[in-house]
Ligand binder design. Structure first.
Ligand SMILES: Cc1ncc(COP(=O)(O)O)c(C=O)c1O
Length: 878
């Protein structure tokens, strides 16, 4: 019936449909619920009759009238002539009307088959309602507007146009992929290039599609880095197989927002099924799967690996706080949180540090072994230390396939340590996780059974478009407990029986991402995906063989999957120069990494259909640039030597030195810069994470790699809480005019100690205070000094416990060494009482000064300078 009505409509053409929709719509897709109810069988019959006869209504009435006229005449021939006249005039009228209809199709219905049937037209009227109206009603069942009403403006694109432009777009993409090699892999433009080409105001009126597409080619493409280019060897691959693109296109077309099962059941259910498929494909233990009997586990699609890491950290944090709350019901969550410690390797992706920052948890970044693998023994040692200091290990992030060199943390060792300490183990396999589809590559997964959660990104190495990061958890309730909020408007009656993925992640809205995965897996099959991964591994091995054959190069780390880290034998700077010149040429694109403080170049096989020829070409380019560089460097050195010779005799020595340093000068500078950005950046983040109060790059300089000797029993939160305020006033008076920001001065700090958010550090004020402070004045009174010292013990022990031992460059003038040099303090002996305290502190301090920028200021104890030259109270308010 439904189909039949459709067919009838197709036959009628658009004009007829418009008028009919108002009166007697036959197709439920076109009629409003009301009009459907109103529609009677007789109306439908009438409609059908009209359609089959194909005679217009007005003509029919005329015909019937004439027939009645005929019948009303008696059989008498007297009227025959008259009747014949009437009939002939009616026939004439009929022909005339028919003629007018043919000339003006909108005036009356078209004859059958006048317009070609078009399913697109059925779905979308030519003049649909404006978007706002459409959003408020059920668009397909909305009757077409009456012709007499003012017509809404045409949308930017109707379905006819979409079909046409969609085909063109598919052609454009296919051409782009087929000819991508003709483009430069990286754009040759400067930052801000686009604002000179594109207006800075949005257009008021819609523009033509052809104009837009022209601008794509002329203005956008010149600024694109072509990740699918066969010369692109940077980062990791970015999947975009055709089945994936089309799957995503369908998802966009469906346009559902699957935050709950009810919001779009297929969206949720396909996600669960596909995640189970893939879980099995990569050999995950069954308790990570949804459909295993009695399983509490399951999988979810997140937007990125970073999200997976953050979500797992939030879940671990919530779980641990809940556990601790049971043991210490009267301790505030914030206090508990301040004791909790997370861990990851130095080689973990920066998103792990970022997650810790966002979740406001402390994180220790651990040294991996010489193969960049985090070992169980390292983790065990630091966890022991931390536990002894009253800290609570709660989360460990291990990476399978690190970003810099694709190394693997040792899960089999780390797992049992996590279990022993009750820590949540999250395993990030963003790139390498995909390779576990191949059974022979699953070695690093040993120990995965200890993991609480695991993620990898099919958008990296499984031919699927971004965004698609898969995350599995062993206990979905632990995950969702951290994230559930359930307002009434999102609830539905099936929530007990179904999964609502909005509780599994951060966003509410979720695209139908399972579709593209489903398309990819079904199109390639597991075998096709395995073949693709194995081929990339083979090509990487081919590249590695090239590197090994060339004596001036070295391979910097073991090659397992599609990534090769290599370098020119020589300084970091040479390698840096080599890479920047290659990248600048646009012939290849690669990025660097730092391994054991050595600058290495990452070569990743990225293009889906990379070939031997691509690998060989890349190697040719690299060796060519390396050869050129050697020549340039030799020339530079020669020039410098010439300069030295020309230098005057009395400056010969200095010039010689300059010449030696000459070539290296820039290199060293770059080295320093590099160190700062790679290594120092990391430690800076760590400190920021560990203590956001000290988030001031100018003040903070470095973080010691190991914590000082532990002395857990000294850490007593009660001492920390009962902070003395003595001494505060004298400083306050001194720096009232231009000192640091002031906070409460008179209330006892107990209630604030843990609860008041830290103010921003006023570095200028701290520096000035350091310059101005007269120690004798501040600490003139012995009793005050003792009280300071008592405070110092608690504060220092807390700082040690928090792993906040730092030496600020601003304060370095106040180190023990600096004071020893000062005649004023040299040889000064501490008083007997201070000596006693010093001895009690001796095993938690070392020769370094303990200092850090304070919210209030810096307190210096001259009498205990040999042991504690500089320290500060982070809890005091000035
Ligand atoms: C090991 C690892 N983890 C996490 C990430 C971050 O991934 P995403 O961009 O999906 O957040 C990367 C990115 O390359 C990675 O290599």
């Amino acid at each position: 019936m439904y189909e039949l009505k459709q067919t009838d409509r197709e036959k009628e053409g658009p004009a007829k449909r418009k008028s009919k929709s108002e009166t007697s719509p036959g197709n439920p897709r076109w009629s409003s619920p009301d009009s459907r109810q109103r529609q009677t069988p007789s109306a439908r019959t009438q409609l059908g009759g009209r359609q089959t006869s194909g005679v217009p209504g007005r003509e029919r009435k005329a015909c019937e009238a004439s027939k009645r006229q005929e019948r009303s005449q008696s059989a008498g021939d007297r009227l025959i002539t008259e009747a014949a006249g009437v009939i002939s005039s009616l026939i004439f009228l009929f022909i005339l009307l028919h003629f007018i209809t043919a000339l003006n199709p909108t005036a009356s219905p078209s004859p059958p088959n006048h317009a070609p049937p078009s399913p697109r037209r059925r779905r979308q009227p030519r003049t649909p309602a404006p978007p706002s109206a459409a959003a408020a009603t059920d668009r397909p069942s909305r009757p077409a507007p009456a012709p007499s009403r003012p017509q809404p403006q045409d949308p930017a694109m109707n379905s006819e146009e979409f079909r046409k432009r969609g085909k063109e777009m598919v052609d454009y993409i296919a051409n782009y992929m087929d000819t991508i090699e003709n483009r430069r892999v990286t754009p040759a433009i400067e930052p801000g290039y686009l604002k000179d080409l594109v207006p800075l105001e949005a257009p008021q009126k819609g523009e033509g599609w052809d104009d837009i597409m022209k601008d794509v080619e002329d203005k956008i493409m010149p600024g694109v880095t072509h990740w699918q280019h066969p010369r692109f060897h940077a980062y990791f691959p970015s999947g975009n197989s055709y089945p994936s693109i089309l799957g995503d296109m369908l998802s966009d077309g469906i346009g559902c927002i699957g935050f709950s099962w009810a919001a779009s059941p297929a969206c949720t259910e396909l996600e669960t099924i596909v995640l189970d498929w893939i879980g099995k494909m990569v050999g995950l233990p069954e308790d990570f799967l949804s459909f295993t009997e009695n399983s509490k586990g399951g999988g979810v699609i997140q937007g990125s690996a970073s999200e997976c890491v953050l979500v797992s950290l939030l879940a671990a944090r919530a779980h641990k706080i809940r556990q601790l709350k049971k043991q210490h019901p009267f301790v505030e969550e914030g206090v508990l949180l301040s004791k909790m410690m997370a861990y990851c390797s130095k080689e973990a992706h920066s998103c792990v540090e970022k997650a810790a920052m966002m979740a406001f948890v402390k994180m220790r970044i651990l040294e991996p072994d010489e193969n960049q693998s985090l070992r169980g023994s390292t983790l065990q040692q630091v966890m022991e230390e931390d536990r002894a200091m009253g800290l609570i290990p709660f989360y460990v992030e291990a990476t399978l396939g690190t970003t810099s060199c694709c190394s693997f943390d040792n899960l089999a060792e780390i797992g049992p340590v996590c279990e022993e300490y009750g820590a949540w183990l999250h395993v990030d396999g963003a790139y390498a996780g995909n390779s576990f589809i191949c059974p022979e590559l699953r070695g690093p997964m040993k120990g995965i059974e200890y993991a609480s959660s695991f993620n990898f990104n099919p958008n990296k190495f499984m031919l699927t478009n971004f965004d698609c990061s898969l995350m599995w958890v062993k206990d979905r309730f632990r995950l969702t407990q951290a994230l559930v909020v359930d307002p009434l408007y999102l609830q539905h009656s099936y929530s007990e029986k179904s999964i609502d993925y909005r509780h599994w992640g951060i966003p509410l809205s979720r695209r139908f991402r399972a579709l593209k995965l489903w398309f990819v897996i079904r199109s390639f099959g597991v075998e096709g995906l395995q073949k693709y991964i194995r081929e990339h591994c083979r090509l990487a091995k081919r590249f590695e063989a090239h590197v090994r054959k060339e004596p001036s190069f070295e391979v910097a780390s073991p090659v397992g999957l599609g990534l090769v880290c290599f370098r020119l034998k020589g300084t970091n700077l040479i390698n840096q120069k080599l890479l920047s010149s290659i990248n600048a040429s646009g012939k290849l694109h690669m990025v660097p990494a730092s391994l054991n403080d050595r600058y290495v170049i990452r070569f990743c096989v990225c293009a889906q259909n990379a070939t031997d020829a691509d690998i060989d070409y890349a190697w040719e380019v690299i060796t060519q640039f390396a050869a050129d560089m050697k020549v340039i460097m030799a020339e530079e050195l020669e020039n410098k030597e010439k300069q030295v010779e020309e230098t005057k005799e009395n400056k010969e020595e200095e010039a010689q030195k300059e010449a030696e340093e000459g070539t290296e000068e820039v290199f060293q500078m770059l080295d320093r810069k590099n160190k700062k950005s790679l290594r120092y950046k990391r430690s800076f983040f760590v400190r920021m994470v560990s203590d956001p109060k000290i988030y001031n790059p100018k003040i903070v300089r470095s973080l010691p790699r190991t914590v000082g000797k532990s002395k857990g029993e000294i850490y007593n939160p009660k001492i920390v809480r009962s902070v003395s305020l003595i001494g505060r006033r004298s400083l306050l008076q001194k720096y009232k005019a231009n000192g640091p920001r002031r906070h409460t001065t008179d209330s006892e700090p107990d209630s604030q100690t843990f609860n008041t958010p830290a103010p921003t550090i006023d570095e200028k004020a701290v520096t000035q205070m350091l310059e101005d402070v007269n120690l004798d004045e501040v600490f003139a009174d012995k009793e005050t000094r003792m009280k300071f010292l008592t405070k110092a013990v608690s504060d220092l022990s807390e700082r040690l416990a928090m792993n906040h031992k730092q030496l600020s460059p601003t304060l370095s003038a106040h180190t023990p060494a600096a004071y020893k040099r000062s005649p004023r303090y040299s040889g000064q002996q501490p008083s007997p009482r201070n000596a006693q305290l010093i001895s009690s502190l001796s095993d938690i301090t070392d020769d370094s000064a303990y200092s850090s920028p304070v919210m209030g200021g810096l307190f210096i104890l001259p009498s205990v300078l040999p042991t504690l030259k500089v320290f500060r109270s982070c809890r005091w308010r000035i």
